[in-house]
Write a protein of this length. Sequence first.
Length: 611
Amino acid sequence: MNKKILLKPLLFTAFLSVPLLLTNIKSDISSAAETRSIFDFKSLLFNISTCEDTACYDLNQNNKVDVFDFMRYKREAYNLSGTTTEPTTTNHEPTTTTPTPTTTPEPTNTTVTIMTTPEPTTTVTTTTTPEPTTTTVTTTTTPEPTTTTVTTTTTPTPTTTPPPAQTQAPPPPVTAMPDRKIISNMRSILQSPELPTGCEATGLTIAINWYGYDVDKVTIATKFMPQMKFHYSNGRLIGADFITTFAGDPRSNDLSYGCYIPCLMTTANSYFASVGSSYRTTNLTGTELTDLFPYIAKGTPVVVISTPELRTPVTGDSWYTPDGRRVTWQRGHHCMVLMGYDLRKNTVYCADPMMIRGIVEYNLDEFRRIYNMKGKNAMIIDTGSITVPTATAAVGDRIKYTGYIHSASEPCADGPYVSEVYTVTHIHTDPSLPYPVCVGNIGWVSRDALKTNIPTYGNAPSGIVNNGIYNLRNKQSSKYLNVDYGIDTNGTNIYQWTKDGSVEQRFRLENNGSSYKLYAMCSSSGTNRLVTAAAVSSGANVHLYSPGLDSTQEWVFNSLGNSEYTIALKSNPSLVLTAYGNSNGSSSGQMGNVYVENYNPGASSQIWYIR
């Protein structure tokens, strides 16, 4: 018989049966966004022969490919929810009806357990959990409800849907961190000239002093800091690992490098133990820069490793440790004390042992870049609770204030940010006022500004004898500080002039313990008038004047190495003695004149030699 004649009625019958079979699962797929037409299904049915292994379409593993496989194929291909109830066949083991049917699945196989009831009315509830998935179909029969459960498990160990998550108590409230905080009475100390490579010991001393301990940088560096000088052995340069031990001698520039936070922690802990203090250090290395700000907000300074003026570090010298390890130093290394931030201005504030102006403002992003490059090295002094030193200053005392000046002692808009020395002119007794201290009659500041009297800036120049008589030569012009024609009158201009050996170029340097006064030898043999700034402001002229104006007559020398110094006003160390140009000066001209100007690192017009 012609095969085509036989095939036509069979196909016709098969296609007529498909809608009837689909009726049973209509409720399963009716919610799907995508459904196939009878013609699409016909195409799938005939294209099955394109699969080399028909078993790949036997999705329910009943050893034959039938319409239920294609319905499951469609559901999986289009990510349709719902479960198709498939009838039992002679290829399955007979099912057993029990109140709670369960089947233990084999790995990577699917076992289907069915309970059937006549003409059910179906309500479908689907619960899905990620890897593995348990699907439950609940079928209710009316008038006598019966439950049919189909459990499909695709892993060796069946899982159940976990109970709803319990409502957890909300986390404790987080206190909002202020956008700006500056520890306003931080005292900065210069590392030079005693510790040319001792920024770490100096920075640590700044932090220790903040907690009221009276110890100097040299004591910290020489008595408590682990250090190791370099030596040669079998042709190798041997030195410290610079992590736990300072490599070199912080008092020297020769073969001296530095150290990192672990060494500083040992140093601080040794000092605290020696004075019977329970204070210890906490290592914050690895902490993101902005995650250090909450410590600042609570008034806790953070010792950090950075680079001088945020220069990009580069690979430096190498040597061997005593145990045979080869280590390489990173050139560009500096220690500072992070003591403020301003998120609105995108800046941070540091007490910088290298900078004459003491408190330095840096761009936050640039500071973070260098901080990250240096390994995010940071530490704090852990007191258990922050204890700020008691107030010592009173009305009439001079204090170093760093922060914002307010126009009133009540909360108000900020005035200018300053970092200068002021005289305390008034203190409110009302403890509730946020800004009770008036400084210099220019504005009001917080009470913590009283916790540090005027600090000592600079140190005695090397080899200088107190009350010795010296010449001061400018590096840029090679000319000497000179009183105009040696005239002994207040207001006589001081400028630079070619060396001539005259008395008008000679000055007596009197050390009062924390600064110098520069007496002109042309005035009563160095007893009557001094080198004086006309004002404590950038651009102010320098002239001769009688004693009594301390804020404009006290100077500090800050070593830059190689016998080079800046000469700054003690009342504002950012203002340094500066010569204009290379010409000889005059009584009233600009060229060759000497005045005070904001410090500009590297400017040779601000560098002086003492002869």
